[in-house]
Design a protein around this ligand. Structure first.
Ligand code: TRP
Length: 430
């Protein structure tokens, strides 16, 4: 069975809140239990340094976030759960990618552009207060993803551009040095709604409207009491549409419980009573997790041990891969025999396969270095015809268009990927 690798990073610069739980922690942990997936979840602490230069806060947040994911059921035996800074191969790969990333590409990154726009609006120089770290952010993120050849990257919409940039860097590298990287795709979970915050806007640290995931019971109750409602009196029917309270309830309740609250709204439940219901429901769900969380926070050495183990596992993959990448770019012992070098490159190339089917006709396919099918031909009457088509494609990737009637790219394979594979082959031949 082929395995799909999922990878996502969490930047440790704050305390997890209910919105993080509903939008990321809970669905990610559930997904990691699916058969046929291999999950990489990591604390992006190098990223944290870009926006947070308070050492205590980075450290504390790393502990809080790691303890939260573990308390919520992440199984560190099954998931590669690590700290980015425990894998020094990542910054080394960042440099390799820096050297193939177009500066113009980075100029267009949303986070950098937003910082520039803000400066321009204030009449300042565009780069005022902008660190090179912020500018390079997409390259570090690409290294995170490409280091483990992730197929799918679950992220919010604001991160889609970064995944596209990672694909771009991967394709450039592959084109220059052979097929080393899988081209990653963003995985946007449509069904996971963003959670409303205390003021009804999206729950977010930047709006200061969050409910900390593991707030003690009394604080949870107090915060829930401050959720915005309208001025309808007890006995007056209430709207579920646009009600933050209802929306948060729904994220924790079963469909039956949600239907019952909907009815209670129609029947004119008092806001105070609805808030009590919400508090009890959320507390019932989170109570047992909160106990585990508090236990872990009291024993940071357990969290540290889990992250160390994850880091070792991640490095066991990253080290040999980076060694191959170093050799591929030319950083290798001066004594390595040329033959060995050529072999290393040949092994990393895509290749054509020619064969005959039960229908008596002749076919070929193009297979990526990692074994994935990139291109499938239709049937040819003679083996010569199939052979000639392959020869044309090998000599000139542009022939793809002319041969289109004989070709069918399999589902999920983009035209750029096929073109990049052909280019890599052509480059190897020349
Ligand atoms: N930049 C991401 C965020 O702010 C976090 C992150 C860092 C990440 N590296 C990643 C997400 C790699 C996915 C894959 O949300």
């Amino acid at each position: 069975m082929s395995v799909t690798r999922f990878l996502t990073g969490i930047t440790p610069s704050g305390t997890p809140h209910l919105g993080n739980f509903v939008g990321s922690i809970r669905p990610s942990i559930a997904a990691s239990r699916n058969p046929g997936v291999q999950s990489f979840y990591f604390l992006a602490d190098y990223h944290a340094l870009i926006k947070c230069q308070e050492p205590e806060r980075v450290n504390r947040s790393t502990l809080e976030i790691a303890a939260s994911w573990l308390a919520c059921g992440l199984d560190p035996e099954k998931v590669a759960f690590y700290r980015q800074s425990d894998v020094p191969e990542i910054p080394e790969l960042t440099w390799f990618l820096t050297c193939v990333a177009g500066k113009g590409l980075l100029n267009r990154a949303h986070a950098y552009k937003a910082a520039q726009d803000k400066n321009h609006e204030a009449g300042r120089d565009g780069d005022d207060g902008v660190s090179a770290g912020l500018f390079m952010y997409p390259v570090l993120m690409a290294a995170d993803i490409l280091m483990f050849n992730a197929h799918k990257v679950p992220v919010g919409r604001d991160q889609i551009q970064h995944i596209e940039m990672a694909r771009d860097m991967a394709a450039s590298f592959n084109h220059l040095y052979g097929e080393h990287f899988t081209l990653p795709e963003a995985a946007i979970e449509e069904s996971v709604a963003t959670l409303a915050g205390l003021d009804g806007r999206k729950m977010s640290k930047s709006y200061d409207n969050t409910i900390p995931l593991f707030a003690p019971r009394a604080e949870l109750k107090k915060l829930i009491a401050t959720i915005v409602t309208d001025s309808r009196a007890p006995g007056e029917p209430k709207e579920v549409e646009g009600s933050a309270l209802f929306q948060i309830y729904q994220a924790f309740a079963t469909p039956e419980e949600t239907a019952a609250l909907r009815q209670a709204y129609a029947d004119g439940i008092a806001w105070g009573e609805a808030k009590q219901l919400l508090f009890e429901r959320v507390d019932r769900e989170l109570g047992p997790l909160r106990e585990r969380y508090e236990e872990l926070m009291a024993h940071p050495e357990r969290v540290e041990a889990a992250l160390r183990m994850g880091g070792e596992r991640a490095r066991a993959l990253a080290q040999p891969f980076l060694a191959r990448l170093r050799a591929a770019v030319g950083l290798r012992p001066l004594t390595a025999p040329a033959g060995e070098r050529r072999q290393a490159k040949a092994a990393a190339l895509p290749h054509f396969k020619q064969y005959r089917e039960a229908d008596g006709r002749f076919y070929f396919k193009l297979v990526a270095a990692d074994g994935r099918l990139l291109l499938q031909s239709t049937g040819f009457d003679a083996p010569r015809d199939a052979g000639q088509a392959i020869a044309r494609l090998q000599q000139d990737p542009q022939a793809l268009a002319a041969l289109a009637p004989h070709l069918a790219p399999p589902e999920g394979v983009g035209a750029e990927e096929v073109a990049a594979a052909l280019q890599a082959l052509a480059a190897a031949k020349s």
